[in-house]
Design a binder for this molecule. Structure first.
Ligand SMILES: Nc1ncnc2c1ncn2[C@@H]1O[C@H](COP(=O)(O)OP(=O)(O)OP(=O)(O)O)[C@@H](O)[C@H]1O
Ligand SMILES: [Mg+2]
Length: 148
C-alpha cells in the first residue's frame, strides 16, 4: 500500500456513497484490487452498485454471497465482485479464479477481504466502511488511492 494516502470521508446518503464510488471508478486501472471492509450492512455492496453504475454496468449488482463472485464486463476492464463472507479459507480463492482474473487485468473488488489472508495484495486499495449511529451516514476510509 502506498504510504500516506489515507482519507476519511463522511457520506450522508446512498447518493453520496455512489458519488464517491464514481470518483473512485475514474481512478481504477486493470489489475487493481479493492478491499471493501467493514461491518455487516455498512454499505460495501451499495458502494459496488455505484461503482458498477459509474463504469456503465446496467445489470443490477447484488451481493454474490452464495456464488462468491460475479463478473461485470465494462468498457475499460472486467469488474469482478467477490464476497468472501462464506469463504472457509484463503485456499478457496484459488479455486474461484482469483489469480486468473488479476493476471487478465480485471479489477477485483472483495467484500470481507480479511478472509483472503495472505492472498490480499499489499498494494490493494482499502476502503473501510463504518456505521455511525445515524441511519444514512457512513464513514468511509480510503487507503492507497489518491482521489486528486
Ligand atoms: N450512506 C449510505 N451508504 C451506503 N449504504 C447506505 C447508506 N445509507 C443507508 N444505507 C443502507 O445501508 C444498507 C447497506 O447494505 P449493504 O448490503 O450495502 O452493506 P454491506 O456492507 O454490503 O453488508 P454485508 O456485509 O452484509 O455484505 C443498504 O440498505 C443501504 O440502502
Ligand atoms: Mg455486501
Amino acid at each position: 500500500m502506498a504510504e500516506g494516502l489515507t482519507k476519511e470521508i463522511t457520506v450522508h446518503s446512498v447518493e453520496d456513497t455512489w458519488a464517491l464510488a464514481a470518483k473512485i471508478a475514474a481512478k481504477l486501472k486493470p489489475g487493481m484490487v479493492l478491499a471493501l471492509q467493514g461491518d455487516l450492512g455498512a454499505g460495501k455492496t451499495t458502494f459496488m452498485q455505484g461503482l458498477g453504475y459509474a463504469l456503465g454496468v446496467r445489470r443490477p449488482i447484488t451481493s454474490p454471497t452464495f456464488t462468491l463472485s460475479m463478473e461485470y464486463p465494462t468498457e475499460r476492464f472486467l469488474l469482478v465482485h467477490f464476497d468472501l463472507y462464506r469463504l472457509t479459507g484463503p485456499g478457496d480463492l484459488l479455486n474461484i479464479g482469483y489469480f486468473e482474473y488479476l493476471e487478465e487485468g480485471a479489477v477485483v473488488a472483495l467484500e470481507w477481504p480479511e478472509r483472503a489472508g495472505e492472498l490480499l495484495p499489499r498494494d490493494a486499495v482499502r476502503l473501510t466502511f463504518r456505521l455511525t449511529g445515524e441511519e444514512s451516514t457512513r464513514k468511509i476510509r480510503i487507503e492507497g488511492l489518491s482521489l486528486e
